[in-house]
Design a protein around this ligand. Sequence first.
Ligand code: ADP
Ligand code: MG
Length: 728
Amino acid sequence: MSTFRFQALRKATDRKPVHVEELDRKSVIFGSNVFGDKAMRQFLTTEAYKAVKAAAEGVKIDRKIADYIALGMKEWALSKGVTHYTHWFQPLTGTTAEKHDAFFETFPDGSDPVEKFGGSQLVQQEPDASSFPNGGIRNTFEARGYTAWDPTSPAFIFGTTLCIPTVFVSYTGEALDNKTPLLRALHAIDESATEVAKYFDKNVKKVTPTLGWEQEYFLVDSALASSRPDLLATGRTLLGHTAAKGQQLDDHYFGSIPTRVLTYMRDLENECMLLGIPVKTRHNEVAPNQFELAPIFEETNLAVDHNSLLMDVMQKVAERHDFKVLFHEKPFKGVNGSGKHNNWSLATDTGINLLSPGKTPMSNLQFLTFFINTIKAVHDYEELLRASIASASNDHRLGANEAPPAIISVFIGDALSKVLDELEGVSKGKLSPEEKTDLKLNVVGKLPDVMLDNTDRNRTSPFAFTGNKFEFRAVGSSANCAVSMTTLNTIVAKQLKDFKNEVDALIEKNDLKKDEAIFNVLREYIKNTKAILFEGDGYSEAWEKEAKKRGLSNHKTTPQALKAKVSKKAVEVFGEMGVMNPVEVESRYEIELEEYVKKIQIEGRVLADIARNHVVPTAIKYQNVLIENVKGLKEIFGKDFEKVAKEQIKLIKEISEHIEGINTKVEKMTEERKKANALTSTEKMADAYCDKVKPYFEEIRYHADKLELLVDDELWTLTKYRELLFTK
Ligand code: ADP
Ligand code: MG
């Protein structure tokens, strides 16, 4: 079997970069496969065009107009060689789903076939939804859910298929996907943020949350990936001794991009341009064979769709280049894992970034208002935010002394910390004229200068302010951004709503001026949210202790972390903001626990398989070689053989010990799995898999990795770390 490994290595080393067709300038090809503004103007009647625009603002489209829109969309798609259409959605599996139907249609009377696509097919479809996770919302025998067009995210062409972004809901109206709650959360924050923004500018009519994600990933040659059953089945290596050279020399980060990889990136960027995904940045990441790609930020719903689409496209383009993309948060032990930083801010329809300090004291007060309210929201809902990024794979980062920690804290930098200190000193109630002048001149007036110096960036913070946006860094690389974005926007929406009520109450009851009331409320927030602010090293043990004192949560595992999703507080906030009802909240909890159980279960099975069926037989083979050798030495040296065969005998014993280690641990793990499987509550099952099954992984790995160092390289069947990480 080791021949498989060597064949794969031969294949991988012989590869040449694939030729990539040069397309026109990016600005020319951008969005040419998207049914965006330009295509709509060209292919739709004015009435239909206006209807799509209005639909994006929530106005219902009538049937007849839908027919016209579908007609235009079809003509556009046909002009680009498209044959099929699909509703494209994001079920709770975390990935995307599609079912293609041909435009092609025949007639019962035998007349000539045609390409058809009507309003009803555009607006609504009924996929056979019984095999998507629903957490008990839909009984399987009903199996009725439907997808409905999301006019806020434009249709696009991938390959020869027209893809229509849709939501996925049950017939009783509950969300079965990631997009529906996200859209509701975006609506909620628009409402509350607009109200607050009106304190500063009456003309603001809409606030749009923006998202710029940064996607980290590993690339492995596809032949090498295929030679590792664990990579194929679980997305990560369950075994493998760390390579002698890893990332110690820091020679990969921002280094020159290997040619084969660069060719892949160019091909991928071309595809992204056609799909209207505004990718901008590409570079090597810290670990060998790890890379990053980032776009220009966009409206959040579109950015989330684009990230999901991108992950799909990345894998497809990789096939052309004989690569496999690893999105797993920790594919390799001993080198950095991957994340997906979510850069988030709020933009008004008047063109203002609400998290960017302005030029006047008033616009700076506006900045501070949104800035401090975000901190307050994270402070009040830190556990829920932690829960929003929990997954079996992200546990390898958050729970394992690696970037970033499982404790949620906010980094704001020295300069802003000082500003908050000063604001905390504002007197209660009415402000004296002197105090007002002082605030204007020295606190809110000086912000822009202060901000310029604020260049220090804390890489260990899970939630950092970076000049004109917050960066949620703890999101996992394989995650669908919708989950974290739904949570963040919901809690900030709730916070801004409360803020507005408090300020209005002060104005009314205490007869304060608007800015006095705002200062008063902000001062209290600053006082009460100190626990969440942290400027130091987030990976240190000292911080764990300190955070505990401050009462911050530190959930290192998914089953622990997820509990916050169904807390009274969570159910209330999602309900109050109209994002999810209790049934939806509960079902998601159930689905995520189930997913956790399945992931660990699969890892356990795969690990047992490769440890027993690859590692142990290989070790025995090598042990037999040693035994033959010892026998031969005995023949030659007679009773003196023990001296010359000393090392071999030691090795034979060591190998036996590790084989025994593997076998007993695998048996014990299997026992624990059986016990866990017999449990009836998903919650208990997840706990059992986490606390009883998973700990064996490291123990089994220990013996297998030791054997890797003992056994003849020629015999070893599993492609090694140095080969996976350094073959370019
Ligand atoms: P770094 O890696 O240093 O954090 P990058 O330049 O890689 O910085 O990433 C910055 C990301 O932040 C980009 O994806 C960018 O589009 C995004 N971004 C910038 N401004 C905003 C904003 N106002 N709202 C949301 N995202 C933003
Ligand atoms: Mg970054």
